[in-house]
Ligand binder design. Structure first.
Ligand SMILES: [Mg+2]
Length: 447
């Protein structure tokens, strides 16, 4: 026996745009089409089942609506999984025909999860749950398809669920940590700040950011996490200030939506006051894409942050679509050249051109420019020659725990022991680069 769980893709859009009346009409048309895919659906009612006796159940195929935009098809006599897949394919094909509702032509697709009895479950509940697992696998793989349940899919679903449950507890369990990647001024071989990067120590194991940051964004946990990061960065700034006179900024990456919060300024104010460090100890990074997407709603925040002395840096610059006109009026201090251009610098003419363009754009606007992802001396020298001397990347240091940054400063930077130290001098500067000298960030003083 096979159970097909059929969920319409993005049905909510139809309800929201054409109204619930149209949504209902569409569901009825979908029902009609589903019935045409199975053989005896009209006969399936409690009474007829009883009349036929239990053995006849096997000949019955049925469709029903579970609720919302979710349907099931029961195929009691499939010879194998191919059989079930054929029916699923027929359903998907029929769905693709346009449907007229509310005087409008609509296109509907569906995601179909297939589970077999007894292979995929001994009870109705198990079979249904596993069809659901398969259906979700289709949804996350891009919808409009059908797939058979396999234990591997369930493992993934369960793993993700467990990860999400743990992620919700990460804050209270104090499992979040910040690692710091120094920002270097290569002319003087000095650390001029650091970028704080979030890590999750889940039960003693360090989870890579790629495995939990997207989930944190999906679940909205990124907001409390970011607020925590601001506080923790302020605490670290204080600790470094006490231990080696750190007076620069720690940059925290914030999702653009957090900039819309009217209490962001207060939160930063509270954080720096708690640890007795100046406002400029915290710098905020917003991605170019995030900034442009939420431009109108984040502008007031950017101005207020600028007024209290918190600098804004635009991350991944060059990968999004900036309105260059806005850059001249936004209260930002820094552009960070995306690592992809740095990687290909000197290798592809396009990347070289983009790096040059970003540096001269920053120069013209009086902004600092930082190159991300610097991994080799060749990249460092090329960037410096173009007039960019603020850098971060593996060449200097990986992101590391705060105490390791301190050790790195004491053992590598101060004794000038690293291969990148002393490689570039004032003589290497191009004419244009020299003109940049002394130009600070375009930050207006407080008050
Ligand atoms: Mg960043």
């Amino acid at each position: 026996m096979a159970l097909l769980l059929i969920d319409l893709d993005r049905f909510k859009v139809i309800n929201d745009t054409l109204g619930h009346g149209a949504g209902d009409e569409l569901l009825m048309e979908v029902s009609r089409r589903l019935r045409s895919c199975v053989r005896h659906s009209d006969q399936v009612m409690e009474s007829s089942l009883e009349a036929m006796g239990s053995r006849s159940h096997r000949t019955l195929e049925a469709v029903g609506r579970l609720g919302g935009d979710e349907f099931v098809a029961l195929l009691p006599e499939v010879s194998d999984e191919r059989d079930a897949e054929r029916v699923a394919k027929r359903i998907l094909d029929l769905m693709r025909e346009p449907i007229f509702v509310g005087g409008q032509e609509c296109f509907v697709t569906a995601s179909v999860g297939i589970a077999l009895y007894p292979r995929d479950g001994a009870t109705m509940a198990d079979v249904l749950r596993n069809a659901d697992v398969a259906m979700y696998a289709v949804k996350s793989a891009g919808r409009n398809n059908a797939t058979l349940y396999s234990p591997m899919l369930a493992g993934k679903g369960r793993e993700k669920l467990a990860l999400e449950t743990d992620l919700h507890k990460a804050l209270e369990r104090e499992e979040l940590v910040l690692h710091y990647q120094p920002k270097i001024d290569v002319r003087s071989a000095r650390m001029i700040g650091a970028e704080a990067l979030m890590r999750w120590r889940r039960g003693g194991q360090l989870v890579p950011p790629g495995d939990f940051i997207p989930l944190a964004e999906e679940t909205g946990l990124i907001n409390p996490f970011s607020e925590w990061a601001i506080k923790e960065a302020a605490r670290q700034a204080r600790e470094w200030q006490d231990s080696f006179g750190f007076a620069e900024s720690i940059a925290v990456n914030l999702p653009s939506r957090l900039f819309e919060r009217t209490d962001l300024v207060e939160h930063i104010h509270d954080a720096v006051s708690t640890y007795g460090v100046p406002h400029h100890s915290i710098q905020l990074e917003i991605t170019e894409t995030g900034l442009m997407k939420e431009l109108q709603s984040v502008i007031p925040s950017l101005h207020r942050l600028n007024e209290i002395g918190v600098e804004i840096s635009i991350d991944d610059f060059g990968t999004g679509y900036s309105s260059l006109a806005y850059l001249t009026t936004l209260p930002i201090s820094e552009l960070k050249i995306d690592r992809s251009f740095v990687r290909d610098l000197g290798l592809t003419p396009a990347s070289t051109a983009i790096v040059k363009a970003i540096i001269s754009l920053a120069r013209a606007l009086g902004l600092r420019v930082v190159a991300e992802g610097v991994e080799s001396l060749r990249q460092m020298e090329a960037l410096h020659k173009e007039g960019c001397w603020l850098m971060q990347g593996f060449l200097f240091s990986r992101p590391q725990p705060a105490e390791d940054v301190e050790a790195w400063l004491q053992q590598t930077v101060l004794p000038r022991k690293a291969p990148w130290i002393g490689k570039v001098g004032e003589d290497d500067l191009s004419e244009a680069a020299r003109a940049l000298e002394g130009r600070g960030p375009r930050l207006k003083p407080a008050g």
